[in-house]
Unconditional design. Structure first.
Length: 644
């Protein structure tokens, strides 16, 4: 386990898991940066029916997206300073807009993170399949393999994940900037009409005319480039001190790089005539694959760049592995998710949130066959909703605080909320019939789930809470019941424990027809093996009760016996002391059955308020440690010593 997940870390070592700016870009910025690879392509896919005209529209559409991106990033820089504990949209919306709006933001964020994993991995595999078409039949297997690798890396902790992803991030950014520089130089040198080393596939003939609806749909698809902007604000505590300054610098670097990449890729697509190919067609090539081939050919640089693109697209899902568990952690702290999500794993990572994300993303990848275009309609809705709620919450925040400069900050957040709200409306309308309806349904269902979990916790708290002093009932008594099938080490251990627990101890043997025919019954041995030693030790002699079972059942006769004891005295507590035979080796344990576990579960779920169940283990070791003169020793037991 140490080799796979690393050595366990103590709570005191938490500061060693915090990261700096560069590692923060790799850990939290890959989602945003990788959208330079699939954001323009998503818009071009919608513009395909326009032919060459669609490619010309890409740059102005991207410019609108970039403007919106800058406004949102500026707003999140304020959120980082105002809420250094992290939580992003959920925390801001909950504290400024109310509990239900906060849950809506949390549901939108979790959906966005989930889709980011599925889309990022699918896009990464699509990039490598473009470079190596022979791998196309293995697309789904590659996607699931990458998901498993990312899960394992993140279970090892944030610091190792950030260090591991730093090199692919540098390669990706470096490769794309080289592509943009070479492409721009060639275009300038050749008068704005450069010849392609390898011409991209011919653009389809126009089959539609330019219309507002088509442009809005392209804008909606291109808004996938905005996902991931909120990740830094969600994970401010992951940075070393001063965490706020490092987080804001990290966000600024991510946004600046992304803006340059989006504008550069869009401009080169227009110059070199690169459009989108059919995503599920046999001749599919990603936009970046076409662009690289057109500018640099299919030489060494092409394969290095495509490898880096694959790496970052696949690893972009890591942003979700950093953000999704933290949102789950905040929800669990407020009791909107099971409290298990609060606990940190052996490497100080929120391992339960990581595993939940991996399972849900795996289901999405399987459902979509790892084809990015099938997931894009769901994408961006959650992110834009979270952006809108977060910025609206910040407007309320500045109105309440009225600190220095609050007016212009409130205006900035208000403009951002208005723009992202408008973009959200466009995306929902444009994508609704293409699968976006699912996001509109899933997000409210998430809110309903959180509310149900919270109500369950409130109900348990109200039921179990106690304000009065301890009630002392002098009339109360206790009876210890020890089920046993025969006299054994386990039976003896349980009986001795019961004798130390109370004076009224009753051994119960459920007798079947087979027991009556067997020689050496427990009743015949009781006087010599139990009564006489108890008398000599001046102990209260345990009583043996035999309960008939004409239908050979074991559990129900014992339950009836316990019910009878409880009915005799309304102040009586019955403690069922279960002898339990345990074997350390699982492959041997299967021979002894699980009857004690069945009996324990049945008793505990019976609903009796005055019933206590206690397991007393006896560990099976070797035959040498068994009772002398017995061929099998304790191995001869037919299982944990529930009635047999």
């Amino acid at each position: 386990m140490d080799t796979l997940l690393g050595k366990p870390l103590t709570t005191a070592q938490a500061s060693h898991e915090q990261v700096g700016v560069l590692a923060g870009v790799a850990l939290l910025g890959l989602d945003a940066l990788s959208s330079a690879a699939y954001g323009p392509e998503a818009a071009l896919t919608v513009l395909r029916p326009l032919g060459p005209t669609g490619v010309k529209l890409l740059l102005p559409i991207t410019a609108c997206i970039v403007g919106l991106l800058v406004v949102v990033a500026s707003s999140y820089r304020q959120t980082i300073a105002a809420y250094p504990r992290g939580g992003g949209a959920y925390t801001v919306a909950r504290e400024n807009l109310g509990r239900r709006v906060g849950l809506l933001a949390a549901s939108a964020l979790l959906l966005d993170y989930l889709l980011n994993v599925a889309v990022g991995i699918s896009a990464g595999v699509g990039a490598i399949v473009s470079a190596f078409p022979a791998l196309r039949p293995h697309t789904l297997g590659l996607a699931l393999g990458l998901l498993g690798l990312l899960t394992l890396v993140n279970l090892r902790g944030a610091r190792e994940a950030g260090a591991l992803f730093l090199l692919p991030t540098v390669m990706f950014i470096g490769s794309l900037f080289i592509l943009l520089a070479v492409g721009a130089f060639r275009a300038f040198a050749q008068g704005g009409a450069p010849a392609s080393d390898i011409p991209p596939p011919a653009l389809p003939s126009p089959s539609a005319s330019v219309g507002l609806w088509l442009v809005l749909r392209a804008f909606a698809s291109g808004c996938t480039a905005m996902t991931g902007v909120e990740a830094v604000s969600n994970a401010v505590p992951v940075f070393r001190a001063p965490s706020v300054r490092r987080a804001r610098l990290t966000l600024s670097l991510i946004i600046l790089t992304l803006v340059l990449l989006l504008l550069g890729v869009s401009a080169l697509c227009q110059v070199y005539g690169v459009g989108a190919t059919a995503p599920d067609g046999p001749g599919y090539q990603s936009v970046l694959s076409q662009l690289l081939a057109a500018v640099t050919g299919r030489g060494v640089f092409y394969y290095v760049a495509m490898t880096s693109i694959l790496g970052v697209l696949a690893l972009s899902a890591n942003t979700s592995f950093a953000g999704f568990p933290r949102v789950c952690w905040l929800l669990a702290l407020d009791r909107y998710l099971p409290v298990a999500f609060v606990h940190r794993g052996r490497r100080l990572a929120y391992s339960r949130g990581i595993l939940l994300l991996a399972v849900l993303a795996g289901v999405l990848i399987l459902a979509s066959d790892a084809i990015t275009d099938r997931l894009i309609p769901l994408f961006a809705i959650g992110a834009l909703l979270a952006f809108t709620l977060s910025q609206t919450g910040m407007v309320v925040y500045w109105t309440r605080r009225r600190e220095a400069g609050w007016r212009w900050r409130r205006v900035l957040n208000g403009v951002g909320a208005l723009l992202t709200g408008l973009a959200l409306a466009i995306v929902i309308v444009a994508k609704f019939t293409h699968g976006g309806w699912a996001a509109v349904v899933i997000i409210p269902l998430g809110v309903l789930l959180f509310s149900r979990v919270h109500k369950a916790y409130l109900r348990v708290r109200a039921t179990t809470g106690l304000q009065r002093p301890m009630a002392v009932d002098s009339r109360g008594s206790m009876v210890a019941v020890v089920p046993m099938s025969r006299w054994s080490h386990a039976s003896e251990t349980a009986l001795r424990f019961a004798l130390g627990l109370c004076h009224d101890v009753r051994a119960v043997h459920v007798r079947t027809d087979e027991d009556e025919a067997a020689p050496g019954s427990l009743a015949e041995q009781w006087a010599a093996l139990v009564q006489e030693p108890a008398v000599r030790a001046r102990l209260q002699v345990p009583r043996l009760d035999e309960v008939p079972s004409p239908y050979r059942g074991l559990v129900q006769p014992l339950l009836d016996y316990v019910d009878g004891l409880l009915a005799e005295d309304p102040h009586r507590t019955v403690a069922v002391v279960l002898p339990e035979l345990l074997e350390r080796r699982w492959y041997r344990a299967v021979m002894y059955g699980r009857r004690s576990e069945l009996l324990r579960s049945t008793l505990m779920l019976s609903g009796a308020r005055r019933l206590v169940v206690i397991s007393v283990p006896w560990y099976l070791r070797t035959e040498d440690q068994s009772q002398p003169g017995s061929a099998l020793g304790p191995v001869g037991e037919s299982g944990p010593v529930a009635p047999s």
